[in-house]
Structures are given as structure tokens and as C-alpha cells.
Design a protein around this ligand. Structure first.
Ligand SMILES: Nc1ncnc2c1ncn2[C@@H]1O[C@H](COP(=O)(O)OP(=O)(O)OP(=O)(O)O)[C@@H](O)[C@H]1O
Length: 251
């Protein structure tokens, strides 16, 4: 696909806070792919993700987006070209949904986004544009967060536990919808998640981190076939065991 999202390349990237948080990571994420970053708490997933839009600056190494070093040029310029969706969303409570969606383009001095079209993209009715965030459910707010991230025309999306605070049914539905949107818009999506089932069901490729390093890197099918190493096997075992237990309960 010519107009698919950019490639993201990590070149021996490290970040330490006394102890290494990310330790010499080398990895290339193909343009247009959907990659899930999984691993235990403190493994370095969010740090790795946040180095792409320079919310965290690496101590060593380089990150390139479509070949261009993210360290070249001002960070705000970079962030306007990269969508970022995170658990607590950060919508402005005193602004309408439409104003929230238009905020970054307004600050950047670029064209006003088509809020109704963006809301349609995330399956929200156009008349929600005039609502305040507190008049929306958690799932609806999260979808506004996705619309806001897309408002600048970004083709690279960084998602940090984007659906983590939602109930499982909403989480599943929004995850599937986001996946369809990723496909339709030809985005590159990198998503941190604690939920291995979500990673296996949504991503093309699952990267497992432990102690700041990549310890597993495979497709969901390879992960399920036990071909991605011990750490991946341990993470896959959880949803697999739950599925078996539910099947057993069903008789
Ligand atoms: N701003 C910071 N100051 C000090 N230490 C930090 C900072 N940010 C992260 N760390 C440390 O770096 C390590 C990696 O953190 P990171 O948030 O990247 O892990 P994670 O895999 O995303 O974890 P979780 O799944 O719990 O969110 C942890 O040991 C964490 O305590």
C-alpha cells in the first residue's frame, strides 16, 4: 500500500533511570502493521513507546520514522504527526467534543478537522460533537481520544493501554473497531497492552519485553504454536488456560 503508515525503526535504543528501563532494543516495525507490545509490569513497554514521540528521550540509540531520526527537529512538530492514545485520555473537561478534537490542529495552525466525519469514523453520532466529555461514557470518551489522535491526519498511532479502563465487553468491541479503522486508514499502530488475548486477537505481530529487552517477537499464530520462547509461552498460557476452564464449565 503506497499511502500506508510509516515504518518505525529502533536502532540500539536504551533508556536508564539508574537501572535500565529499555536496554539496547533493535527492532523494525513495518509501515501499515499493527504491533502489540506485551510483557510484565516494569518491562519497559511504555518507555519504548514514549520514545517514539519523544515524551521520553533515549540515552543512546536512534529511532527513525520512515527513515527520519525523530530527534531531528522540534518535539512538538513530531507529536503533531503521531497520534497518541492513552488510558486516561486527557480530554479538556470544559471544551466540547468537537473543540477537543480540533485542539491540536488549532494550536498547530493547521486546517480544522471535520469533527463529524472523525466521530463517524469511531462510530459515534455526529451530534455528540457538541457534548462535554463528562456527558459521555468511558468507552465513548476513549473513542473521542482515538478521533482526536486522528485529527491531525497522523498515520502512526501509539496506543498505551488504550482500552485498559473499560469493561471487557466494551473493550472487546472498541478493540475490534479500532482494528478495522487501522486497516481502513492504512495506519501503523503500536499498542502496549497487559492483555495477551487482546494482543493475539488484534495485532499482526506481538513483541514480548522483559527487563528492557525484546524476549519474544512473533505473529499471533506462531505465539499460539509455542514458537516464540518461554516468556511468550508463559503469557499465552493465561488466556489459553482461561479458555479451557470455560470450555470445561460448559461441559
Ligand atoms: N520517569 C521515570 N522515572 C524513574 N523510573 C522510571 C520512569 N519511567 C519508568 N521508569 C522505570 O522504568 C522501568 C520501565 O517502566 P515502563 O513504564 O516502561 O514499564 P512498562 O512495561 O510499561 O510497565 P507497566 O506495564 O507496569 O506499565 C520501570 O522499572 C519503571 O519503574
Amino acid at each position: 500500500m503506497d499511502d500506508c503508515g510509516p515504518e518505525v525503526r529502533f536502532e540500539t535504543v536504551s533508556k536508564s533511570y539508574g537501572a535500565p528501563a529499555v536496554d539496547a532494543v533493535d527492532c523494525t516495525i513495518a509501515g501499515g502493521s499493527f504491533v502489540a507490545l506485551v510483557g510484565g509490569s516494569g518491562a519497559g513497554k511504555s518507555t519504548l513507546l514514549r520514545m517514539v514521540n519523544r515524551l521520553v528521550e533515549p540515552d543512546a540509540g536512534r529511532i527513525r520514522v520512515d527513515g527520519r531520526d525523530v530527534a531531528d527537529g522540534p518535539a512538538p512538530w513530531l507529536r503533531r504527526r503521531i497520534g497518541y492514545v492513552f488510558q486516561s485520555i486527557g480530554l479538556m473537561p470544559h471544551m466540547s467534543v468537537a473543540e477537543n478534537i480540533a485542539l491540536v490542529p488549532r494550536i498547530a495552525g493547521t486546517a480544522s478537522p471535520d469533527a463529524p466525519a472523525l466521530l463517524k469514523m469511531v462510530d459515534l453520532p455526529a451530534d455528540y460533537a457538541s457534548r462535554r466529555p463528562d456527558a459521555l461514557s468511558g468507552g465513548q470518551r476513549q473513542r473521542v481520544g482515538v478521533a482526536r489522535a486522528l485529527a491531525t491526519g497522523a498515520k502512526l498511532m501509539l496506543l498505551d493501554e488504550p482500552f485498559g479502563a473499560l469493561d471487557p465487553v466494551t473493550r472487546d468491541a472498541i478493540g475490534q473497531r479500532y482494528r478495522a479503522l487501522h486497516q481502513r486508514l492504512g495506519l501503523t499502530s503500536i499498542m502496549v497492552t497487559h492483555d495477551m488475548a487482546e494482543a493475539l486477537l488484534l495485532a499482526d505481530r506481538v513483541i514480548v519485553m522483559a527487563k528492557g529487552r525484546i524476549v519474544g517477537d512473533a505473529t499471533p499464530a506462531e505465539m499460539l504454536a509455542g514458537q516464540a520462547g518461554a516468556e511468550a509461552d508463559a503469557l499465552v498460557a493465561v488466556p489459553a488456560r482461561q479458555a479451557e476452564a470455560i470450555a470445561a464449565l460448559r461441559g
